[in-house]
Design a protein around this ligand. Structure first.
Ligand code: ATP
Ligand code: MG
Length: 558
């Protein structure tokens, strides 16, 4: 992955180094990324993906992509496909190791029977509310279920009948028999299986009992020979249970390691909340460019390398914290500045007529594509009698600090000529058109006598320009922590997060770009071609403005 920053050492890599020294896994490193297909991946998942796949590649190990599809009611094929696309787009490869938890349902069932036979699991008839009540609290011990001491034979029979579909949803569960007085609530006879007469996207109607996460996850890791099962901090209290199941079964035992999840300012990151935004029509789907989803960021124009760099930069820690959105944007700018060719486009066109050029004048200027990258070459940009400039680059009665175009003033038209405004045409008080003159000896943008102008502006040739719709984006929320505010988080959506500009004019070369191509419009920011673009209907997204606000945010935080 080229010249990306080297990932530093962190506590996870130290644990792996220690395992290498002690030979715990015979020097093997095998991780997995285990998404639940109940939504699209977001930037938080990107952190986990970069960590798991990154560690595997650094240690010449492997990383599996495993769908944690144990809940048939919330999971959909659409999510599976989007996740596959997103992980691949981020630049990672699981080779032939694409797995589904549901592939292991048979094995999980058999291991559960093993635990029943050992007297370590039982069928409970209590309903969910009572089980929860009997669990006790952090300060008071739980109470044992009256069904806890069923015989092994009875449990085997009941579990088989649960599996066979003899009971209704919620009638019975299978629980591990551990300790109702355990100080760790997760160890108070956790539920292993519940009855759910629901169709599964992968196994269809084969099962009507489904395993719970804690029971399933360690087994999946064990079956796949995972060495380091990396998860987020909220599972720290589940580790004793992860270990208990594997130890009681006497099967291969990976090491679970927890790290702090990524939180970003000005956004929400839970799939449940993102689903709410989609379902409520607050955004235009999961891949809306304002969403913190990977598909949204792709559509917005974020390069995958920028996301990987960002994930490397934030590192991994044991303490939850919130990262400034500006750091992610900084990574995007840095990458796009390096790699994007530059074009000219006008968001809000104001017509300019060059009075000292003939009507059919056409002069194709040689323009450097990317000053940061000489290998990007040059292109031809047409200059003609009628041009468009940005309306805000002209003021009829400019204040002192305004150096751009004004009556009688000369500015540089980027990559072209020095141009002076000689007259202003108005209609109903509004400026309709500017009459200007070029200095014919300034071709390329510099005067032969070396006189200086204070400003350089962008432009396009009116007859050559293409029409475009340009979509401008801003933060999705107006507050840093929408979940931390009073009321509904949707009350804090930014009404200005999407501004659609129609009738923009862009130089003809932009018409040759493809969906997803990234580029800079001089002075306006970085952009990409939106997939809504059709023949003759150019739709462009602004990925981000040019102005980097990361340094300012850093200063505020010291
Ligand atoms: P969410 O809370 O957004 O619904 P989740 O944890 O339920 O996320 P999963 O599909 O279970 O989503 O997550 C797959 C993997 O990604 C897990 O290992 C999880 O720990 C990790 N992950 C999820 N969110 C983040 C985050 N914000 N930062 C880092 N890792 C995350
Ligand atoms: Mg989850």
């Amino acid at each position: 992955m080229g010249d990306e920053e080297k990932t530093g050492r962190d506590f996870i890599r130290e644990i792996i180094d220690e395992h290498d020294r002690t030979g715990r896994f015979q020097g093997r490193v095998h991780t997995r990324f285990p998404p639940e297909p109940n939504g699209y991946l977001h930037i938080g998942h990107a952190k986990s993906i970069c960590l798991n796949f990154g560690i595997a590649s650094e240690y010449r190990g492997k990383c599996n992509l495993r769908f944690d599809d144990t809940n048939p009611t919330k999971e959909e094929e659409e999510y599976v496909n989007s996740i596959i696309e997103d992980v691949r787009w981020l630049g990672f490869d699981w080779e032939d190791r694409l797995f589904f938890s549901s592939d292991y349902f048979g094995m999980m069932h058999d291991r559960a029977v093993d635990l029943i036979k050992k007297g370590e699991a039982y069928v409970d008839d209590l309903d969910a509310a009572t089980i929860s009540e009997y669990r006790g609290t952090l300060t008071t011990p739980g109470r044992e279920s009256p069904y806890r001491n069923r015989t092994v034979e009875e449990n085997l029979d009941l579990f088989a009948r649960m599996r066979a579909g003899e009971f209704n949803d919620g009638d019975k569960v299978l629980r591990a028999k551990i300790d109702m007085g355990h100080p760790n609530m997760n160890m108070r006879d956790p539920v292993m299986y519940r009855i759910l007469h629901a169709r599964h996207h992968n196994t269809g109607d084969e099962w009507c009992i489904y395993p719970m996460y804690d029971w399933a996850h360690g087994l999946e890791d064990s079956i796949e020979g995972i060495t380091h099962s990396i998860c987020t901090l909220e599972f720290e209290n589940h580790r004793p249970l992860y270990d208990w199941f594997l130890d009681e079964l006497g099967v291969y035992h990976p090491q679970q390691i927890e790290f702090a999840r990524l939180n970003l300012t000005f956004t929400v990151m839970s799939k449940r909340k993102l689903l709410e935004l989609v379902k409520g029509g607050y955004v235009n789907g999961w891949d809306d460019p304002r969403m913190p989803t990977i598909s949204g960021m792709r559509r917005r124009g974020y390069p995958p390398s920028a996301i990987r760099n960002f994930c490397g930069r934030i590192g991994v820690a044991k303490i939850n914290s919130t990262i400034a959105l500006e750091l992610l944007e900084h990574s995007v700018r840095e990458e796009m500045n390096r790699s994007c060719p530059r074009y000219m486009g006008v968001l809000d066109p104001l017509k300019v007529v060059i009075e000292n050029l003939p009507d059919d004048h056409e002069d194709w200027m040689d323009v450097i594509n990317n000053p940061e990258d000489p290998s990007a070459g040059t292109r031809k940009v047409p200059f003609a009698k009628e041009l468009y400039i940005e309306r805000e680059d002209f003021m009829e009665d400019p204040p002192k600090k305004f150096f751009r175009l004004a009556p009688g003033r000369e500015v540089r038209f980027r990559n072209a000529y020095l141009v002076t405004c000689t007259d202003v045409m108005k209609e109903g008080g509004e400026v309709k058109e500017l009459i200007c003159r070029v200095d014919p000896d300034s071709r390329g943008g510099d005067a032969p006598d070396g006189r200086k102008v204070r400003s350089t502006i962008h432009w396009v040739s009116a007859k050559h320009a293409l029409d475009a719709e340009i979509r401008l984006y801003d933060k999705l929320f107006t507050v840093e922590d929408p979940m931390g505010e009073e009321g509904e988080f949707t009350e804090y959506l930014n009404p200005g997060s999407l501004v659609v500009k129609k009738g923009c004019r862009v130089e003809p070369a932009v018409g040759g770009l493809n969906t997803g191509d990234r580029f800079q419009f001089e002075r306006l920011g970085y952009f990409t071609i939106d997939p809504d673009t059709k023949e003759g209907d150019l739709i462009v997204n602004r990925t981000i403005t040019l102005k980097d606000t990361w340094a300012k945010v850093q200063q505020q935080n010291v």
